[in-house]
Design a protein around this ligand. Structure first.
Ligand code: ZN
Length: 94
């Protein structure tokens, strides 16, 4: 693999939204049932919006020989997402 870059991890982003939705539900159901300190502590974990990360390391290579071969791998150390793809396409030559 030759080229590489780091980009936003889609699984980290999905988990963030899921966790924030669960936290929002927990805050709503806690109102009036827990101490003000506990309620404010829960609220302090809320985040306004998702910040794109650079957790996903992507590596790929493109080979043109008798066929076109595209290899792509990606891995996120934060959540463990792993993508491994190889595509092959015959090249029509005369
Ligand atoms: Zn991730």
């Amino acid at each position: 693999m030759s080229a590489n870059r780091f980009s936003n991890c889609p699984q980290c982003e999905k988990r963030f939204h899921k966790e924030q939705a669960a936290l929002r539900d927990r805050i709503n159901s806690s109102y009036g049932k827990v101490s003000q300190y506990e309620y404010e502590k829960l609220q302090s974990h809320r985040m306004v919006g998702y910040k794109k990360n650079d957790n996903l390391r992507e590596d790929w290579e493109i080979i043109v020989e008798d066929e076109l071969i595209i290899r792509y791998e990606a891995f996120c150390e934060a959540c463990g997402l792993k993508i491994d793809f190889t595509g092959r396409q015959p090249i029509a030559t005369n």
